[in-house]
Design a binder for this molecule. Structure first.
Ligand SMILES: [Zn+2]
Length: 694
């Protein structure tokens, strides 16, 4: 099964959830640091009443856990949220400083300032009313034929989906574009077409008979109707029904998320001329022309049955219903940047009904977040200049080198791997491209017009510029150094088609990484995360992509069978964990991520020892090097979560809950010596039961 390949899922850090500014996180802003070596561990958070061998997460975090408070507008708190809030505070300071700097017209700084100012000017937004969407609504009103419809649908396509890197399968437009190298032709870029057409997050929201979903649909109908009424639509209730009926048909045509995540089902290259036969109903020539894709001879259709089904609906459903749906989608997409009555309706449905968030973020936070998205690299350039010194980059790159070397050495001694597979794995690690902090080249915003009085227009022009950038890649050579996250993102990502990794600057800060901290803490924390991402290149999904990023399984059947058997031990280990009374982790669902956790920790541990160059690790504050290494790991997974959120995550997340991720240590021999763990203790595993995959 294709999986998310980042260290955590977006739901944990969803930007649509209001962020409380935590005083604790603010105190952590990296001011000038003393030059002495920091421990890099929160000694006060340790609970010495808990035996490490019984519950390592509890030992490392127990005292913190007793007093930690989950913010009222959050479902969890912990290390990731702490770093996320720090990065948010850093970017908001940057953006607001720039806003006051009177930068020269045309400069990136001026664009940031004007974008932010436009977003903040609520009086202007109220005064403008629906004027910012008038042109779009007029274009829709002018549709009189199916060919017109195809052109308008094509003109709306954006590069707003990503099925393989940072992963996003949702677009409200009929289809979404993704551009990267071909699955089977790694030397050329390819246009990928992904299904879309519905406003709610996935087809399940329209089709599931689950009680919550049925209730959500009733609220959705009320929302669509209210939005249309507000915009002066005469027969709003009837239109809402017709629009949702059409969206429901689109949802029925769509493929499931599980199928969409399976890259083996996505390798469907259609010639441009084949679309008319394979997916009749939509005038594809008009659609592609309006989308700027008319020159493409071949397009990869990620979800072929959905593409056929959706095109058929374009031909079969009443033209007037399509126009109603397009008008509604135009209002729905614009609502957050329209007058307050629209924005509130939108938040009440998407924020409160769908996410359970009672309170909307303050306007300035939304403005910061939108600036960060639409001018991501402009903010990112300033961000790394201020918060990510060259010395940090060099230090992390050195750690990466050591962890990659540890992986490479493990490959040499792995008893189960056949020579043929070993040679391929070595080739893949030799060509792995790890980018730390920020990209080598930045997005060029010089063609982007940003006006201080047009927030919706600014957003739309930024999306259009990004779309043009992605289209331009189709006639350019493949860039394996391309980035898929901004530097100010607190996350990390494995890019299977590029055989590359991105580690954004914002995750490379305390307590994950501190250039002044002891090496043990850095390897135990960010080192294990780096190892986690590297190992995804060599797991069952990584086995599908070779050293050039071409989709081709490079494992011999014997190796695949052995891997399968070895990983079953890990499935059993996690199946035993009871996360809530009576509710266990699903070891199979979380397997890929658990493998990455074990492998990442193993490689980071080996790399830490290699970094000592044969010298004994110093004892600091009474802790040995190994103790500090494992404690830093246990504290990186520090978190507290509400039961309801945990319940939902156990059902949907491919990652185990963070407290169980901390218990990964029980598979590493060195941990037993470091904390004198003995048989009979709850986490104790006999040497043969410790899982060793890489
Ligand atoms: Zn992962």
């Amino acid at each position: 099964m294709q999986r998310l390949r980042w260290i955590l899922t977006a739901a944990m850090l969803s930007s649509t959830v209001a962020l409380a500014a935590s005083p604790a996180a603010m105190d952590d802003a990296p001011a000038a640091k003393p030059s002495h070596v920091d421990l890099g561990i929160d000694l006060k958070g340790i609970d010495h009443a808990i035996k490490p061998g019984n519950d390592f997460f509890g030992y490392a975090n127990g005292t913190w856990l007793k007093t930690a408070q989950i913010p009222a507008d959050r479902s969890s708190t912990g290390t990731f949220l702490q770093v996320y809030q720090l990065a948010e505070k850093q970017t908001s300071q940057l953006i607001r400083n720039v806003a006051q700097s009177h930068a020269a017209a045309g400069s990136n700084q001026r664009k940031i300032a004007d974008y932010y100012a436009a977003y903040m000017n609520e009086a202007n937004i109220e005064k403008a009313g629906l004027a910012p969407v008038k042109a779009e609504l007029a274009r829709i009103d002018a549709i009189t034929t199916r060919d017109d419809l195809a052109s308008v649908l094509g003109s709306e396509m954006r590069a707003d989906v990503d099925p393989i890197n940072a992963t996003n399968f949702h677009t409200e437009n009929l289809f979404g574009l993704f551009v990267t190298q071909g699955l089977e032709d790694s030397s050329h870029n390819m246009a990928y077409l992904l299904q879309g057409g519905i406003a709610m997050p996935s087809r399940d929201y329209y089709l599931s008979q689950d009680k919550d979903m049925v209730e959500t649909r009733a609220k959705y109908q009320a929302y669509v109707s209210a939005l249309l009424k507000l915009a002066g639509t005469p027969d709003a209730d009837a239109q809402a029904k017709a629009i949702i009926a059409l969206e429901t048909k689109i949802a029925q045509a769509q493929e499931t998320l599980v199928d969409s995540q399976d890259v083996h089902k996505a390798n469907n290259v259609w010639s441009a001329s084949a679309f008319a036969q394979k997916a009749p109903g939509l005038n594809w020539t008009a659609y592609f022309k309006a989308a700027g894709l008319e020159g493409q001879q071949q397009i990869d259709v990620w979800q072929p049955s959905a593409t056929t089904g959706i095109a058929r609906l374009v031909g079969s459903e009443p033209l007037e219903t399509w126009k109603q749906l397009l008008r509604y989608h135009a209002l729905d997409k614009a609502a957050p940047l329209l007058p307050k009555a629209y924005a509130t309706l939108s938040f009440n449905f998407y924020g409160t009904t769908l996410q359970g968030t009672p309170k909307q973020q303050d306007r300035w936070k939304r403005a910061v977040s939108a600036t960060n998205t639409d001018l991501g690299d402009a903010v990112g350039q300033l961000y790394v200049k201020q918060y990510f010194p060259a010395s940090s980059k060099a230090k992390v790159e050195d750690m990466v080198k050591n962890i990659v070397a540890a992986f490479d050495q493990r490959l040499d001694t792995l008893p189960w791997m056949t020579p043929a597979t070993r040679a391929k794995a070595k080739e893949k690690i030799a060509t792995l491209r790890v980018s730390v902090g920020y990209p080598d080249t930045w997005r060029d915003y010089s063609a982007l017009q940003i006006r201080a009085d047009d927030p919706l227009g600014n957003h739309e022009r930024a999306e259009a510029l990004e779309y043009k950038h992605q289209l331009a890649k189709l006639s350019q050579p493949v860039d394996r150094g391309e980035w898929w996250m901004t530097p100010q993102t607190v996350n990390a990502v494995n890019l299977p088609l590029q055989n590359a990794l991105n580690f954004p600057a914002a995750i490379l800060q305390r307590p994950f990484f501190d250039p002044n901290a002891d090496a043990a803490a850095n390897y135990g924390s960010i080192g294990a995360i780096i190892g986690h991402e590297i190992s995804h290149s060599f797991d069952n999904t990584g086995a599908d992509f070779d050293a050039q990023g071409k989709m081709e399984n490079w494992w011999t059947p014997e190796d695949a069978a052995h891997f399968q058997a070895a990983t079953q031990k890990l499935v059993k280990q996690y199946d035993q964990y009871e996360a809530l009374p009576g509710l266990h982790i699903n070891g199979q669902q979380t397997l890929g991520e658990n493998i990455a956790d074990v492998s990442g920790l193993t490689a980071a541990y080996a790399a830490y020892h290699a970094s000592l160059h044969g010298d004994p690790a110093p004892v600091i504050s009474g802790l040995t090097g190994d103790q500090r290494f494992f404690l830093a790991f246990g504290q990186a997974w520090r978190y507290k979560i509400r039961d309801a959120a945990l319940r939902q995550r156990l059902a949907t997340d491919v990652h185990a809950p963070a407290n169980f991720r901390a218990q990964t240590v029980r598979n590493i021999d060195g941990w037993y010596d470091a904390f004198n763990v003995k048989p009979g203790e709850k986490l104790y595993l006999a040497p043969d039961d410790r899982v060793k995959i890489w």
